[in-house]
Design a protein around this ligand. Structure first.
Ligand code: AMP
Length: 482
């Protein structure tokens, strides 16, 4: 859980093909994926032979009041929840993007970040393309329109050959949808089935929310086309096109550390179970005498419970999170922001007073959250605060969909563990090592991207050297990072 207004995350996509209640199901799916983006939400759906879209800023519940959902019905729907940087929070960038070209309409929802979007956009603009958004995703419809290919699968395939970076995306047409994952498979995307319909979701928790059965992951480099036959009543057909072989699979390890919901499974590995195991390893690595273990809600609770079990120290609810605060609540004024933080998270004083506390969090990015929470625990009377982080020091910015500021803002980029300990005011501080992470996750799943810990970027980022800060190419494109 990050504390200040500068929260940056990624996106979620959800789609249903061949179900009479596709829009409603999509709405529930987006609810389940809300943790992946709270800035804007949208659903594109087929009404008759045309695609329509409804989108807006805010949470799924803000954008889709019951009367909106009641007025949207169709047998195919595609939804998106988005998070970007604070400055990029604009309605134009909300997805799905709905476009009309000579081939007809299509709607696009994208999770990930394209690393060569700025260059492609410059080229396209020079050739006459007019962009409507500042999102990197918009290069895809432009490339599709220019591909010269007859069918949508061919056109999208040819567009995707030109883009680099991370994409787990779904394109909806009046005939069906295409789901595609980049050759490295940075972001999750899976396929499910419900009453003869097909469902696509960023995470399995989305499938669970609508009662769909998990079929399989969309594989890195794969494109899957699901078509709805023209005759009503017939079931959709599905066809797989394995488009690209990748040299290396690189699933974002942060999906397991922070992003994904604990009840999701990725490649068969349950996120809660993985986090709990990381917590256990952390307990062996950073043992400490303490009275209680507590986690930062919600993302760290699994790791904290694993730590507590392994250490034999009681697991307690030391911090209570108010779950009813939307992001818009955070005021830009510093004084009010601090108040907002207090309203969001409150320490349980009677429990903490005079106690030696182990505080488990999943990551330290800028260090703001840990400093704040250590302060909160001390103000509640904790005698000692020992911070344990269930991931290695986060040293390098991510260019594939998690906007984690410039290198200069990352605490571990310039400070040693001891310096970070002092900065956050903890009595002791222990991180996991990369090897620990690899031991827990790497044996279960083949091929992770660990670049935020190592600086080893699987897809080169134009203009970025390992030691650089945030690429100004991204700024130039006004990239909608997600
Ligand atoms: P920081 O305050 O910058 O050190 O951020 C670390 C905290 O934010 C941890 O409590 C994480 O659970 C959470 N976190 C990690 N990565 C992100 C992200 N990309 N967006 C929002 N919160 C994050």
């Amino acid at each position: 859980m990050r504390m200040s207004g500068e929260i940056r995350e990624e996106c979620g996509v959800f789609a249903v093909v061949g179900h009479p209640r596709a829009v409603e199901l999509c709405y529930y799916g987006l609810y389940a994926l809300q943790h992946r983006g709270q800035e804007s939400a949208g659903i594109a759906w087929r009404q008759g032979v045309r695609l329509r879209v409804h989108k807006g800023m805010g949470l799924v519940s803000d954008v889709f009041p019951p009367e909106a959902i009641a007025s949207m019905s169709g047998d195919m729907a595609l939804g998106h929840v988005r998070y970007s940087t604070t400055g990029e929070s604009r309605i134009e960038n909300a997805q799905p993007l709905l476009v009309k070209m000579y081939r007809g309409q299509f709607a696009l929802a994208h999770n990930g970040n394209l690393t060569n979007a700025a260059r492609l956009r410059r080229e396209l603009e020079r050739e006459g393309s007019i962009f409507q958004t500042t999102s990197d995703s918009e290069v895809i419809p432009h490339l599709v329109a220019k591909s010269g290919q007859e069918d949508m699968l061919g056109a999208l395939g040819s567009a995707l050959e030109k883009v680099q970076g991370a994409y787990s995306l779904v394109a909806l047409t009046p005939h069906g949808l295409i789901a595609a994952k980049d050759p490295f498979g940075f972001r999750p995307l899976c396929l499910g089935r419900l009453d003869g319909a097909y469902v696509i979701s960023s995470e399995t928790c989305g499938l669970d929310s609508v009662g769909a059965e998990f079929l399989r992951e969309i594989e890195p480099g794969e494109m899957v086309e699901i078509l709805l036959p023209a005759e009503g009543g017939a079931e959709p057909s599905i066809r797989t096109v394995s488009r690209a072989e990748s040299a290396r699979h690189a699933l974002c390890v942060f999906e397991f550390i922070y992003f994904a919901r604990p009840d999701s499974d990725i490649y068969g590995l349950n996120v809660h179970k993985a986090r709990k195991q990381l917590g256990r390893v952390l307990a062996k690595k950073g043992p400490v005498e303490a009275d209680l273990v507590t986690g930062v809600p919600d993302s760290s609770l699994s790791a904290a419970s694993g730590f507590a079990e392994e250490a034999g120290i009681p697991f307690e609810t030391g911090l209570v999170k108010n779950r009813y605060i939307g992001r818009t609540f955070i005021s830009p004024e510093q004084s009010l922001r601090e108040l907002a933080v207090r309203i969001k998270l409150n320490p349980l004083r009677t429990l903490l007073k005079g106690k030696r506390v182990v505080l488990v969090d999943d990551s330290i990015v800028r260090g703001t959250t840990s400093r704040h929470i250590v302060g909160l625990l001390r103000s509640a009377g904790a005698k000692e605060v020992h911070v344990r982080i269930s991931s290695p020091p986060y040293k390098y910015p991510c260019y594939y969909g998690i906007d984690t500021s410039s290198r200069g803002e990352l605490a571990a980029a310039s400070m040693s563990v001891e310096e970070i300990r002092q900065a956050i005011g903890a009595d002791s501080l222990v991180f996991l090592d990369l090897e620990d992470l690899q031991e827990v996750l790497g044996t279960a799943i083949d091929g992770f991207c660990y670049s935020c810990f190592t600086g080893d970027y699987p897809v080169p980022v134009p203009g970025i050297q390992k030691e650089d800060g945030l690429n100004d190419l991204f700024e130039e494109a006004g990239s909608g990072r997600r």
